[in-house]
Design a protein around this ligand. Structure first.
Ligand SMILES: Nc1ncnc2c1ncn2[C@@H]1O[C@H](COP(=O)(O)OP(=O)(O)OP(=O)(O)O)[C@@H](O)[C@H]1O
Ligand SMILES: [Mg+2]
Length: 239
């Protein structure tokens, strides 16, 4: 579904991605792991068109999408969720969700999707008239994911959905990611919470210095001590 080949990109004149390769099959969950500052978010930003691809190709659904405008990528069914940054704090939960459905043509579809998001996250339904600025960290993350789902994507990319959340909320979020996948979506998840991410995923990639240097089935990576220690500095969640 998503194929990244030899991706080179960065900011200004500073090159961050040095030829990254990865693939996400349809209806799978793939984890992108790596230490701080290794280029995980940069990959997502290049894929969603927020920064330019200098070299290499990004294919979605068999078609090149590198350097397309972000809204055109969303229209094709590929959505990125960035923690807390996608929502408008001075707008209500409901208003934020409606904005997430901006590519939808019919009101009916918008309402159907709203219903689905509220099914995933009943808490958002309870708080639909509340301003986004007043949500708790966990609720805000739910809103970010819900907002991403409003456009009816085929694939969703999540940038550290568990960051700074209490363990119980993390489990909740991960359970929902699993449900999203069961409903037929493809998921790419960037995580520091290595163990949880691999438990949820089919396949994993580890990035270091702007290149992918370890990959494999999640089940195998989870037991691979060298992955954890050498590339991730021993990050481990005890959940
Ligand atoms: N807008 C920017 N301008 C200049 N440099 C940037 C910008 N955003 C990120 N960088 C740099 O690019 C490198 C990779 O950053 P990136 O955000 O992709 O890391 P990451 O793997 O997502 O890390 P983290 O786990 O901390 O989120 C870092 O050295 C960072 O300082
Ligand atoms: Mg990041």
């Amino acid at each position: 579904m998503l194929k990244i080949e030899n991706l080179i990109s960065g900011y200004g004149t500073v090159q961050i991605l040095n030829g990254a390769n990865m693939k996400v099959n349809a209806q799978s969950v793939v984890a992108l792991l790596g230490g701080n500052g290794t280029g995980k978010s940069t990959i997502l930003k290049a894929v969603s068109g927020l920064i330019r691809t200098w070299k290499g190709t990004i294919e979605f659904d068999g078609e090149p999408i590198q350097n397309l405008a972000p809204h055109l990528i969303v229209q094709r069914g590929l959505v990125q969720v960035t923690q807390g940054k996608d929502v408008f704090p001075a707008m209500t939960v409901m208003e934020n969700l409606r904005l997430g459905g901006f590519v939808l043509k019919s009101k009916q579809k918008l309402n159907d999707n709203l219903e689905k998001v509220f099914e995933y996250f009943p808490r958002l339904n309870e708080r639909k008239t509340q301003l986004a600025a007043t949500l708790s960290g966990g609720e805000l993350q739910m809103l970010c994911i819900g907002r991403g789902l409003m456009s009816n994507p085929k694939m969703i990319m999540l940038d550290e959905p568990s960051a700074a959340l209490a363990p119980q909320i993390v489990i909740d979020i991960f359970k929902n990611i699993n449900r999203i996948r069961k409903d037929g979506l493809t998921v790419l998840v960037v995580e520091q919470n290595v163990r949880m991410a691999l438990l949820l995923s089919d396949y994993g990639y580890v990035i270091k210095d702007g290149v992918i240097n370890v990959e494999g089935e999640a089940k195998k990576l989870i037991n691979d001590k060298s992955v954890e220690e050498s590339y991730l500095g021993g990050t481990r969640a005890n959940v």
